[in-house]
Design a protein around this ligand. Sequence first.
Ligand SMILES: *Cc1c(COP(=O)(O)O)cnc(C)c1O
Length: 386
Amino acid sequence: MSKDNKKRKFATDALHAGIVPDPSTGAIMTPIYQTSTFAQSAPGKHLGYEYARGKNPTREVLQNNLAALELGTVGLCFASGLAAIDAVLKLLKPGDEVISTRDLYGGSYRLFTGIFAKFGITFHFVDMGNIQEVSAHINEDTRLIWVETPTNPSMKIIDIEAIAKLTRQKNILLAVDNTFSSPALQQPLSLGADIVMHSLTKYIAGHSDVIMGALICRDEALGKELAYIQNASGAVPGPQDCFLSLRGIKTLAVRMKQHCENGRKIAHFLRSHPKVKQTNWPGFEDHCGFEIAKRQMKDFGGMVSFSLHEDTQEAAFRILEKFEVFSLAESLGGVESLAGHPATMTHAAIPRKDRLDMGLTDSMIRLSVGIEDIDDLIADLQQALT
Ligand SMILES: *Cc1c(COP(=O)(O)O)cnc(C)c1O
């Protein structure tokens, strides 16, 4: 529970919400409580901490901070983004149905179809841009709608409020994977979502040095259920990683500003380049999700993908191998710029026909635009495209 109920602006909350100087020493930086257990003065008599899988002071501060940033009341951290998603699915039982989006993060798709489908949960992957299609898949067994927006790597926008209208008054949870936006740009709980999920690995921790995930919700009973799963299944992060995430969050607001500014310039540069056939970035006024993005996001983020006129894997590889400032790597959201080839990297598990159906072409390159000087990033793209 966030104890900080004062209404402050996001950049201030990033530094202060849920964070108090350490009560035992006054340390400004939350200490790394590297301990598995806590001494009791008599059986059951302790200072609020018993065993660190259940509760660790460093993790607790991070959880409270994240709850505040997502406008929730309960925050829970996990050993990875996927462990956080895994915890949400453990709310379900055999026979339950889940509706999700077609161009879903590959790891989420694998967890749904490779693990949870075996336990009798049915998954429907639909075009979530089409609300009628979502609505048509809802039946009495539907328990969860899993949204990711903007989508990866096509950068499509899903209308969170419109989906929330379908789940409201029904016994259906709406969960939003908010990894691509971070709470600095989009706060799904305020748009009607029940659960927000993050891979903290990306923008929130922000420095490519941590693997971690989180869930945030507003409903206390739901929070209790998820906390039960967090402790019972035990996929918790270590205190040192929690410290690194807390440290990263302090600059989340300023980093996101720079990611968005650089992303905007790169999107426009790519769009006007003769070798580029299509640039996917939700900030273009003719992007099909522009109006929704403008409504539900504060800015358009630092993720940009593009396809070439020469639509082959080889043409994409030639560019990727020439980059000098962009690094060829999986992942996103760190301070340094990364480039990837979704068809052979993040989305390799998806059959080619399905990939093409969702606009993921052979030549598509996905950029996670970092916070380097924009002139150097544009120069790097210019030389790699030549
Ligand atoms: C990376 C990512 C995940 C998974 O998070 P991990 O921390 O790698 O387990 C989930 N969703 C999205 C959108 C991601 O980019």
